[in-house]
Write a protein that binds this ligand. Sequence first.
Ligand SMILES: NC(=O)c1ccc[n+]([C@@H]2O[C@H](COP(=O)([O-])OP(=O)(O)OC[C@H]3O[C@@H](n4cnc5c(N)ncnc54)[C@H](O)[C@@H]3O)[C@@H](O)[C@H]2O)c1
Ligand SMILES: CC(C)[C@H](C(=O)O)[C@@H](O)C(=O)O
Ligand SMILES: [Mg+2]
Length: 361
Amino acid sequence: MNYNVTAIPGDGIGPEIVREARKVLDQVGRVYGHSFHYTEVLMGGCSIDAHGVPLTDEALETARNSDAVLLGAVGGNVGNSKWYDVAPNLRPEAGLLAMRKGLGLFANIRPAYLYAELASACPLKDEIIGDGFDMVIMRELTGGIYFGDRWTKEVDGVMQATDILTYNENEIRRIAIKGFEIAMKRRKKVISVDKANVLDSSRLWRKVVEEVAKDYPEVELTHMLVDNCAMQLVMNPGQFDVILTENMFGDILSDEASMITGSIGMLSSASLNESKFGLYEPSHGSAPDIAGLDLANPIATILSAAMMLRYSFDLDKEADAVEQAVRQVLKDGYRTGDIMSDGCEKVGTTRMGDLVAERIR
Ligand SMILES: NC(=O)c1ccc[n+]([C@@H]2O[C@H](COP(=O)([O-])OP(=O)(O)OC[C@H]3O[C@@H](n4cnc5c(N)ncnc54)[C@H](O)[C@@H]3O)[C@@H](O)[C@H]2O)c1
Ligand SMILES: CC(C)[C@H](C(=O)O)[C@@H](O)C(=O)O
Ligand SMILES: [Mg+2]
């Protein structure tokens, strides 16, 4: 089969990690008889430099008309990049948010799994790691505080900034359904994370999630406050199967979950709409501190490409092959710097991509 993929390298380490994910996809194509055709578009800081905006209408249309999108990352050094001090809609990250919203990608799936080989890269103690953990964070991606009204103004001589957090019941219901559906294919446990002791939006969240739960009697639903969840993730990560949560809580908790897998360079992600269309990107950012140095771990992006094969193209065998190849590289003792441990061989971004591609069977 032929698949049309919009490739968005973006900024910082983006071009390096997307190049490696494409290398692996191309090898999948050779071994399994598929062809992946890529159209590259600009998004983020590089688009600001070229076109004056972080995402052009043409780039969004190219993405919309393709079968799936593969993204590296966007953005510069927060606080001191040339793209920082501009209007909110002209920042690199605004390109990504516009793409998520424009393509209706409301369901963000971020799996956090501890490979046995990376146990020593996990900052938690052995007794906490126990038999490891295998969880999925189901994050709402097109609502909440990211997309509410915002303004900065002076009131009585004092600067004030406001960001509004709104959810409606339909937005909550559709992500809750996705969360329960994915739980049905896993260990049938949903922990819904909110701040219902303080926020009205969280109270509505809890109510709607409970309504949806009635359609999934086999799934065990519990609620957890977000501050407790942040603590439980490092105290007993094995208790989580599916974490269902809103946009900003999911952003924060997924970075925390990534670190206990060994490195943020390991956490893949899929952002899906109502159908099979999706945008696939690592959970991490553009890592400007290591850009261009062949230091970035490409595994999160490679595993995101595996998610693309599984969720958008229904190529389960091929997705398994990519995940198995990553596991084999780790078993064979190769590590990028972020997951390095004693007795392993340290490799750079390019070599890590080669090693995974070579192991596609
Ligand atoms: N989806 C995205 O495009 C996305 C996601 C998060 C952050 N960002 C943007 O990225 C920029 C930098 O943000 P940040 O520094 O807070 O987060 P970051 O994830 O880019 O980096 C945090 C730390 O993790 C390291 N790191 C990240 N990815 C790595 C990898 N693959 N291999 C090895 N080390 C890795 C970095 O070197 C850095 O030390 C900002 O402009 C931010 O807005 C973009
Ligand atoms: C870059 C930023 C807008 C983005 C987010 O907050 O969603 C990132 O942190 C992520 O996790 O994908
Ligand atoms: Mg994030």
